[in-house]
Design a protein around this ligand. Sequence first.
Ligand code: SF4
Length: 502
Amino acid sequence: MIAVILNKAEYEYDVHSLVKAFFPGIEVNIYAPIPDEKTGTGARSMEKLEEFYHEAEIIVDYDFQGNKACVAIRKTGRDENEAECSFEIAYENRNEARNVLKGNIYKLLAGYTKKELPWGTLTGIRPTKFALNLLEEGKSEAEIADFMSETFYTSKEKTMLSLKVATNEKKLLDNLDFRDGYSLYVGIPFCPSTCLYCSFTSYPITRYKERLDDYLLALEKELAFTAKSCRNKKLNTIYIGGGTPTTLAPDELDRLIGFIKKTFDLSYCKEFTVEAGRPDSITREKLEVIKKHGITRISINPQTMCQETLNIIGRKHTVLQTLDAYELARDMGFTNINMDIILGLPNEDEDTVKRTLDWMEKINPDNLTVHSLALKRAARLNIFKDDYKELTFENTNTIMGMTQKCASNLNMEPYYLYRQKNMAGNFENVGYAKADKACIYNILIMEEKQTIMACGAGASTKFVVDGESYRIIAQKDIDTYIDNLDELLNKKKLKMEELKWL
Ligand code: SF4
């Protein structure tokens, strides 16, 4: 365990994420002068330090006095410091103070561990945010690159990637009047089976057959409420995700998409995506329904083209089913197909990833979304980790580079990027797309450019007002969602009134 002791309760979360990034797999605890009831920031109170001090192998000690700060690293039981630094810090400007603090801790830890982090001090989920903001302010690419590497210590490679993504995002956003609009997310929280790494709201469809009709009725009620509440706003994009929306039968899919089309004004809608997702749920009849409704973009997600891995992760479909579903969709005339792959899957290495990428180059999708496996607390892989001790997880710079090369061979450009906690290799998720095939919804949600009204169990509505975001998350449990829907709608209504977002 690593104990980080802050003598001032500031930036606890930032410091925790940064130290954790240097020591993946090791527990990092922050101790700060805060009362016990305020430990929601991820820090523990100083009283707790007494209790746990003996468990720490390394202590990172931060001492702030006046406008001077000092950070020291020492091993427990030793008096002398392994490394230390001191610097000036002015807390009046919070953002600047954060950068100074993180920058100094970064340099100290990089020297101590002899390790550089590709994203430097950028530990949040949106590393392209700064590049995009600066582009919007009219800064040149060279100025932004200098700012990022000098302030956040990002590697040259990641600085260039952020710039590329931000430039592509800006081009797409410049063509959209998103400020006055909103997007709609519709969640179908059912899947054919549960993947080993899944932490989304998803339940095996077979268990909920009996309540499916009730779920669709509740969802329609929430959709109708949303359409009515947002009648003065322009609906820009729609995304039906999950779960796996194509676990619905053709008539259920028809009913849902038909309901959306008749309930919302789609005159300003630029994009309508259905995340078909699991290849084992895709049939000609379902694709016919999707096509009939004029859906512009679908997703067919292999995650890997290695059968051994698919068996381990419990996706219960074959490589052949992915190929068949893709071919069927192409034959039926779908012209914007996304494929998701995941890096860092159990027992995969450069050779297996290469096999997947070779397939991608052969079949030639329009979008390729590359995820780095993130091990979430709720995933079976984490809950039952003792059962999976034999598995290995590998993601490297070389593998990330291979995916970039594959996307470039497919004439794709990176257009959105985000990070999650506990990602394999501390890397990122990147969406690549061919010209005019990028998913605008992905940019709008990731860059928090507009409000996303989300409907369905576990769906997260995000109101974006004056650059700030406010979330309301629906109940994840299907029965609770159905039974307490009015409560949720009331909560949304009150939030809209409070934010004057109507
Ligand atoms: S397909 Fe996606 S949502 Fe469904 S179980 Fe797998 S990871 Fe979870």
